[in-house]
Write a protein of this length. Structure first.
Length: 197
């Protein structure tokens, strides 16, 4: 059931992104390594600089536990927003789509793997990760949170200094956010998103 919900959320996210642009979605290929059409991203000016500082706060108490680096690893790469992404180094087959960007000008490239979806956008002259969306509980945050973790696990790992809207609990870093959808006391969705300055 959780996998079905994750797949449906991913479909809604992709359709929503496609719907806001002025062009259509184009599936580039289903194997990013076979034809070389999955371009490697360039390193941005900040490289792997660790975002820090929890600025969201919808709670009367809580602590800022998000001052260290947040590293989200997939196939040996840090897929935290703002970092470069080199799809050619990942052996797993991906569905690759280009969609009109809602947050930025131009086109986003979306790489969908079994466990994670990575969206790459052009930002400040470089192709960088705009968002990372967990599809299964095989992906985990640096602090050990996965789909299926409890709300108490999230608060123990990240504190209570979050911004809460409905079922979404968002923690802010300097350059990105991590959002947890919590339903029935369990995490059902995890998304990292680049802050646009």
């Amino acid at each position: 059931m959780k996998k079905l919900i994750a797949v449906l959320l991913a479909a809604v996210l992709v359709l929503g992104l496609a719907a806001c642009g002025n062009g259509g979605t184009q599936v580039l290929n289903n194997n990013n390594a076979s034809n070389g059409s999955a371009p490697a991203a360039n390193t941005n000016n900040s490289g792997n600089t660790a975002p820090s500082g929890n600025t969201g706060n919808n709670s009367s108490q809580g602590s800022d536990t998000n001052t260290g680096a947040e590293k989200v690893t997939f196939a040996g790469q840090n897929v935290f927003p703002g970092n470069a992404f080199d799809a050619s180094k990942i052996k797993e087959e991906a569905k690759v789509m280009e969609i009109p960007s809602c947050a930025l000008a131009g086109t986003d490239t979306v790489y969908t793997y079994k466990d994670v979806e990575v969206t790459v956008s052009e930002y400040k002259g470089s192709k960088v990760i705009y968002s990372t969306y967990f599809l299964t509980n095989q992906m985990k945050t640096e602090k050990g949170i996965t789909i299926g973790s409890s709300k108490a696990d999230v608060e123990k790992a990240y504190g209570t200094g979050y911004k809460n809207v409905g079922t979404q609990y968002e923690y802010a870093f300097d350059d990105a956010t991590v959002s947890f959808i919590i339903e029935g006391d369990r995490v059902t969705s995890i998304t990292y998103t680049l802050k646009i300055n």
